[in-house]
Design a protein around this ligand. Structure first.
Ligand code: DC
Length: 239
C-alpha cells in the first residue's frame, strides 16, 4: 500500500473524538515519543471564538466570523510556563493559553465551528501544519476532512460520565468550580452540536481505530496508539 503521508520521516497521526476523551494528553505524549509535532486543532476554533466575543461579533454571523477567521494571526509555541499547559497560544503577541479554556469559550468555539465558511477559511492553515512532517493532530474531523489520507487514524472515546469527571477535574485544577451535572450538560450539548452540524460533523473515519478510554490509563492508551503507528507506518521510529 502506498501511503502519501507515511514516507521517509513524514507521519500524520489523526486523533479525533469528543471533548474530554483524552485527546490532548494522549496526542501530546504520542508526539513526544515519535519525535513529532503536536497540533491541537481545537485551539484554532477557540481562538476565533475569543476574538469574536471580544469584538462583539454574533456567533451566528457566518460572514463576519469567516472574515475574522481569514485574519486570525495565531501562533502555537512550546510552553513558556510550567502551569499545566502543553503549549502557549498567542494572538497578536498576547498569551491567550488559558483565556481560551473557559466554559464560555467551550460553548462559543463549538458554535463558530458549525459554520461552513469558517471551516473552509481555517482548513488551509491546518493542512499546512499537517503536511509539515511528523505530526500528531487532534480534533473532530482530522481523519475525515482535514487529513483524509493520514495513514494513522484513531478515534478516542469515553462515556459522558467519565469525560465530565475529567473535565471537572481539569477546571478545578485552575480554580474553576462547576458541578458535575453542569459539566455533563455542557459536554452533551457540545457533542450534539459537533456531531449534528451539516459540515464536517464529528465522526470516526471508516478506517479509524476506535479506542474506548474508559478505565484505561493514559499510558495504556498511548501504547495502543503507538502500536497502530507501528502497524501502519513501517518507517516509524520512536524511543
Ligand atoms: O477539542 P476542543 O474541545 O478544544 O474543540 C473546541 C471546539 O472546536 C469543539 O467543540 C468543536 C470545534 N472543533 C472542530 O469543529 N473541529 C476540529 N478539528 C477541532 C475542534
Amino acid at each position: 500500500m502506498e501511503l502519501d503521508h507515511c514516507r521517509d520521516s513524514q507521519i500524520v497521526v489523526a486523533i479525533d473524538g469528543p471533548g474530554g476523551a483524552g485527546k490532548s494528553t494522549v496526542a501530546a505524549e504520542v508526539a513526544r515519543r515519535i519525535g513529532g509535532l503536536y497540533f491541537d486543532t481545537g485551539v484554532v476554533y477557540r481562538a476565533l471564538a475569543l476574538v469574536a466575543l471580544e469584538n462583539g461579533v454574533a456567533l451566528d454571523d457566518e460572514a463576519e466570523l469567516a472574515r475574522l477567521a481569514r485574519e486570525l494571526r495565531i501562533r502555537v509555541t512550546p510552553p513558556s510556563e510550567q502551569d499545566g499547559r502543553l503549549y502557549d497560544v498567542w494572538l497578536d503577541g498576547r498569551d491567550v493559553t488559558w483565556a481560551i479554556r473557559t466554559p464560555e469559550i467551550d460553548r462559543a468555539a463549538s458554535q463558530v465551528a458549525a459554520h461552513r465558511e469558517v471551516r473552509s477559511a481555517l482548513l488551509g492553515l491546518q493542512r499546512e501544519i499537517g503536511r509539515s512532517g511528523r505530526v500528531v493532530m487532534a480534533g473532530r474531523d482530522i481523519g475525515t476532512v482535514v487529513m483524509p489520507d493520514a495513514p494513522v487514524k484513531v478515534w478516542l472515546d469515553a462515556s459522558l460520565e467519565e469525560r465530565a469527571r475529567r473535565r471537572q477535574r481539569d477546571l478545578a485544577a485552575r480554580g474553576v468550580v462547576v458541578s458535575l451535572e453542569d459539566v455533563k450538560a455542557e459536554l452533551a450539548e457540545r457533542d450534539r452540536r459537533d456531531a449534528e452540524r451539516a459540515v464536517a460533523p464529528m465522526r470516526p473515519a471508516e478506517d479509524a481505530v476506535v479506542i474506548d478510554t474508559d478505565g484505561r490509563s493514559i499510558e495504556d492508551v498511548v501504547r495502543l496508539v503507538i502500536k497502530v503507528i507501528e502497524e501502519r507506518c513501517a518507517c516509524a521510529q520512536h524511543g
